[in-house]
Design a protein around this ligand. Structure first.
Ligand SMILES: Nc1nc2c(ncn2[C@@H]2O[C@H](COP(=O)(O)OP(=O)(O)O)[C@@H](O)[C@H]2O)c(=O)[nH]1
Ligand SMILES: [Mg+2]
Length: 259
């Protein structure tokens, strides 16, 4: 498929985002009218999914996947990416529903995919912070997570856990999505790691990140602990894979380097 016609899908997982969702969808359409939007709602008790259904009646650019219960961010994105790959979308965005990610940055991230296979919105690029109103504890946690990831698995990114991203279709076509079991923070680390190992170019675009205005965070200790051990699991799995190729005398395929 040629990428002359650009058709992005903005994927937004939601759990109890009734206060944000209508306004967010409006802003996405305003900032990037060529995009379509996929909301992945996990049966939000506050009726987020119903709001999206009503909006979708008059606006064909809005789509919604309804899942029965809260199943986590990682599987939500995977479901949306698979849906996109079955259709002719050229790019997929990851974006939060709580206005932490400014819709104004959508065109910048899309533009950056001319140079990079994945453009990620970085909250502390080159040591320069661009965060508004976020608790210091969350900031320290995120920066520490990126440093930890850099040391253990060597991804050369300042912000390894950001959830504002734009993927070119070919990255998602090559990533083994069925193998990705990570959630939360580690989902972002996982995809960055796999894509980098495949030779895809991941580029950081500085963004201004603001704390959510409405609703509550779904961040939990479980997500943090998952990230700590998952990084080691990714490292060991990669080592196992490399050894496998080595003993078979073969080279590991690098689809990101092929064009
Ligand atoms: N579908 C789905 N969305 C989720 C789930 N957990 C969080 N989200 C959404 O993921 C985005 C990020 O979550 P948030 O609570 O803001 O996390 P934080 O920014 O790390 O505090 C928001 O749009 C949430 O509504 C989940 O289990 N399922
Ligand atoms: Mg948030």
């Amino acid at each position: 498929m040629t990428e002359d016609v650009i058709k992005p899908l903005v994927c937004v997982p939601t759990y109890n985002e009734a206060e944000n969702i209508e306004k967010l969808i409006g802003r996405i359409i305003e900032e990037l009218p060529i995009a379509e939007i996929m909301i992945i709602d996990d049966g939000s008790p506050d009726g987020t999914g119903d709001i999206v259904n009503k909006l979708a009646v008059d606006e064909p650019r809005i789509h919604c996947l309804h899942r029965a219960g809260k199943m986590g961010l990682g599987t939500a994105y995977i479901a949306a990416f698979k849906w996109a790959l079955e259709r002719n979308y050229t790019h997929c965005f990851e974006m939060d529903a709580d206005f932490s990610h400014d819709p104004k940055d959508l065109p910048r991230l899309l533009e950056a995919t001319k140079e990079f296979d994945i453009a990620i919105g970085s909250r502390f690029y080159a040591g320069k912070l661009s965060i508004v109103n976020w608790p210091l504890s969350r900031l320290i946690l995120s920066m520490a997570a990126s440093l930890y990831v850099r040391v253990i698995i060597g991804i050369p990114l300042w912000d390894c856990t950001t959830g504002y991203k734009c993927f070119r279709r070919k990255v998602l076509e090559h990533l083994p999505l069925h193998k990705v079991k990570s959630e939360g923070y580690s989902f972002q680390i996982d995809l960055n790691f796999r894509a980098t190992r495949m030779g895809f170019k991941v580029g950081e675009i500085p963004i201004i990140f603001a704390d959510r205005a409405e609703g509550g965070s779904k961040m939990s200790k479980k997500i943090v602990f998952e990230a700590i051990w998952r990084v080691w699991q990714l490292r060991l799995a990669a080592l196992g894979e490399d050894l496998g190729y080595f003993f078979r005398g073969k080279r590991r395929p690098m689809p990101g380097k092929s064009n």
